[in-house]
Structures are given as structure tokens and as C-alpha cells.
Design a protein around this ligand. Structure first.
Ligand SMILES: Nc1ncnc2c1ncn2[C@@H]1O[C@H](COP(=O)(O)OP(=O)(O)OP(=O)(O)O)[C@@H](O)[C@H]1O
Ligand SMILES: [Mg+2]
Length: 385
């Protein structure tokens, strides 16, 4: 039977939630049972995920959960917040870890490499690139430059990629902070770490802070309004309010999430991450961008063949950028296999066929479904969820 990804994913999320619930209540016996279930499911998901990004995310979660299991077997419950997990880190260790988050080299990715997403690009062109390139004009109208954006949408549609492109355009220092990592790893020290990240960012003129999985800050709001959770959130809000452009320096802060409905309203109100942008599935133009790039890059094997760009653009509707790339890659692998099997003389090859593509497409599991998209669209329209 085919792997039922959505249902496995739901079971996994449920097992994870129950694990946290039990362990926070120090019910180690039941927590341990749910934990084993979550470990098994995350392993299965990592083995069967359709795209490499999802597979590696589940593999990482699986490793994290195994560490929790190890701690439990030693009689330590990392979810007991009163007994903050001692990391043994000194101030210097924290500083070194935080400095290490900031890349010294700007990425080579540019906004022109991003397919679609005109709204994000426009925001950045006006509020970030214009003040950099034409400050006289910009500061006639505005007194601060920079951007505070929250990007949301289904996995694989380019949230992280856009952040990289912005850092590439700005040629600036850039830090990617995966919030769930900080919160899970440094239970008691999360506020200290968050503060240190903002302090480090202050040292640079132009800087971009990218907070991935920002919903992790608010994730336990419904189930556990603990002092600890509030502390982390308050620290984050205070740091963010102080993280302001000074003079002509540019401060860009971007949060990304797949679950915008889980965010605390305090995080997204005016003066905070107040520009919300839906990073949607590629529209026809964006799909054409991917396909044309592929045709240019691999001209020999596509041009003049039976597989047309129009057919690809139409068939790839409903897939994320990451999935489109993966499907096109799988398609070429099929053609390559045919060439090898046919033992063609050196220098001869087949064009990519329609069948290669159709087979690759049908073998690909789409992690994004219509129900998910509807939920994002309702959120975008401000319809209650
Ligand atoms: N709009 C796009 N333009 C160009 N490339 C894209 C786009 N969307 C996705 N990709 C490609 O897919 C890869 C994965 O996308 P990315 O990691 O940015 O998605 P994401 O929205 O951050 O997903 P997640 O929610 O899982 O973090 C990118 O590295 C890039 O190669
Ligand atoms: Mg991402």
C-alpha cells in the first residue's frame, strides 16, 4: 500500500504533542511511550518523504527525539522547566555560538533567481535596496530603512531562499536562526541566547536576521502558558523593538512559518513583524521561470524533443518550487537510465521524453494538498480559522 503521508504526519504530530504534554507534567511513563511512537513515525516519515528537505527535517527531528529518550533513560526530563537543562555553557561559549551563526560571506543568490513572488521582491526593492542605492531619494520620503517581514506558506515555496537572496543583494551579514532548535536545545537559556543574537546583530551596519520556524516561539501558548514561555516571547519582542535602523544602516528582520495561524498577535502587530507576505505555490509565470531555466541549462536534451515547455508548465501546477526542481531532476534521471540501458555509442543520447516526465510526476508524492492551500488562502483573506 502507498505511504499515506498526511495521515502519518498527523499521527506523528499527535504523538509529539502528547509526548510534550506528558513530559511537561512529569508523567515519564506515558511520555516515554508516546516518545517511542514519535521516534518510529519520524523515522518512517524521513524514509518516505517525497522531497529531500522534508526527509532531512524528519531525520533531524528523529535525532532530537532520540536525545530526549537518552536523557529520560538517565533519569533526566528535559521538559521540566524548573530544572532548566544545564548546558554547561559559559558566557564565552554562548558568544562563540552566536557569532558562528552569522555568515561572513554574503550568499551569491539574487532576487532575480527567485521565481514569482513579486510582492516580496517589491517590498525589498523599495525598503531595502532603494535606500542602499539611492539614499537621497529614499530618505526624502522616509526616515528609516529596512524591513520587518513575516513570510508564511507551504513548505518548499522559497521562504528561506528569498531570505538568502536578500542577503545576497545587500551583501550583508546574515544569520539564520532556527528557533525550534534554540528552544529545544537550551530550555532554560533561550532568552539569553536570543538576546545575544540581537546584540551580535547590532555590531553590523547592514544585517539580516532570519528566524525560521518562528511559530516555535508561540507553539506552546495554548497548551502551556508558562512563565518560561512568556519570558522567551517577551525577550524576543523587546529585542525586536530595539533592533532598529540607525542612520543609514539597514536592519532587516524576517520570520518564516508554515503555521501563521499559530502566531501570537503580539508578534505581528504594528512596529513588529508587521508586513505579512504569503509565499504561495508558483503561479503560471513562476512555473515558466523554472521550466525555462531548465530548458536553457539543459538545452541539448530538451530542445527539439517531444516534451514541450507548455506541457510542463501546465502539469506542474500545484507543486512547490522545491518539488518542481525535484520532479525535473527525476525526469532527467529516467532519461539518463534509458541512455545507459540502450548502450548507445559515445556521443549519442536521447532527448527527454514525455513518458520520462509523466512517470517522474506520478512517482512524486506532493506534500502540499488542496486543503492546506485553502487554509493559507483563508488566512490571507483574514477569514477566521
Ligand atoms: N520561488 C522560488 N524561486 C526559486 N527557487 C525556489 C523557489 N521556491 C523554492 N525554490 C527552490 O526550492 C528550494 C527549497 O525552498 P525553500 O527552502 O526556500 O522553501 P521554504 O519555503 O523555506 O520551505 P520550508 O517551509 O520547508 O522551510 C530552494 O532552495 C530553491 O532551490
Ligand atoms: Mg525554509
Amino acid at each position: 500500500m502507498a505511504f499515506d503521508y498526511p495521515s502519518k504526519n498527523r499521527s506523528y504530530e499527535a504523538a509529539l504533542a502528547r509526548t510534550k504534554e506528558c513530559l511537561k507534567a512529569n508523567d515519564v511513563e506515558n511520555g516515554g511511550l508516546y516518545l517511542s511512537k514519535a521516534i518510529a513515525l519520524s523515522f518512517e516519515l524521513s524514509q518516505n518523504a517525497a522531497i529531500p528537505e522534508m526527509a532531512s527535517r524528519f531525520a533531524k527531528e528523529n535525532a532530537k527525539l532520540k536525545k530526549v529518550q537518552e536523557l529520560l533513560s538517565k533519569g533526566e526530563n528535559p521538559f521540566l522547566k524548573t530544572k532548566a537543562q544545564p548546558s554547561g555553557d559559559t558566557e564565552e561559549d554562548i558568544q562563540a555560538a552566536v557569532t558562528g551563526l552569522f555568515s561572513n560571506k554574503a550568499p551569491t543568490t539574487r532576487l532575480d533567481d527567485v521565481a514569482g513572488l513579486a510582492e516580496v521582491k517589491e517590498q525589498i526593492r523599495i525598503n531595502v535596496l532603494l535606500p542602499l542605492n539611492n539614499p537621497e531619494l529614499y530618505f526624502k520620503y522616509k526616515n528609516e530603512a529596512g524591513a520587518r517581514i513575516i513570510m508564511y506558506g507551504p513548505p518548499g515555496c522559497g521562504k528561506s531562499f528569498v531570505a538568502e537572496a536578500i542577503a545576497g543583494e545587500l551583501k550583508c551579514h546574515y544569520a539564520v536562526v532556527v528557533l525550534s532548535d534554540i528552544l529545544d536545545k537550551y530550555v532554560g537559556e533561550a532568552p539569553k541566547r536570543i538576546k545575544a543574537i540581537f546584540e551580535e546583530a547590532e555590531r553590523y551596519d547592514n544585517v539580516l536576521l532570519f528566524f525560521d520556524e518562528i511559530d516555535a516561539l508561540c507553539a506552546s501558548r495554548d497548551s502551556d502558558e508558562s512563565t518560561h514561555t512568556r519570558d522567551i516571547m517577551n525577550t524576543f519582542l523587546t529585542c525586536m523593538s530595539g533592533f532598529k535602523p540607525k542612520g543609514k544602516a539597514l536592519k532587516v528582520i524576517i520570520g518564516a512559518t508554515n503555521r501563521p495561524w499559530a502566531l501570537d498577535p503580539a508578534l505581528v502587530r504594528g512596529g513588529r513583524l508587521d508586513t505579512a507576505i504569503y509565499v504561495r505555490l508558483p503561479d503560471e509565470k513562476a512555473r515558466a521561470f523554472f521550466v525555462d531555466k531548465e530548458f536553457q541549462r539543459y538545452r541539448d536534451v530538451f530542445e527539439g524533443g517531444e516534451l514541450t515547455r507548455e506541457y510542463l508548465i501546465e502539469q506542474l501546477d500545484g507543486y512547490s518550487g522545491a518539488d518542481i526542481k525535484s520532479i525535473l531532476d527525476q525526469t532527467k534521471t529516467r532519461t539518463l537510465k534509458r541512455v545507459l540501458e540502450a548502450k548507445l555509442p559515445a556521443g549519442q543520447y536521447f532527448k527527454v521524453s514525455k513518458e520520462d516526465f509523466d512517470l517522474a510526476l506520478s512517482a512524486h508524492h506532493n506534500p502540499v494538498n488542496a486543503e492546506m492551500i485553502l487554509r493559507y488562502e483563508m488566512f490571507e483573506k483574514g477569514v477566521g480559522l
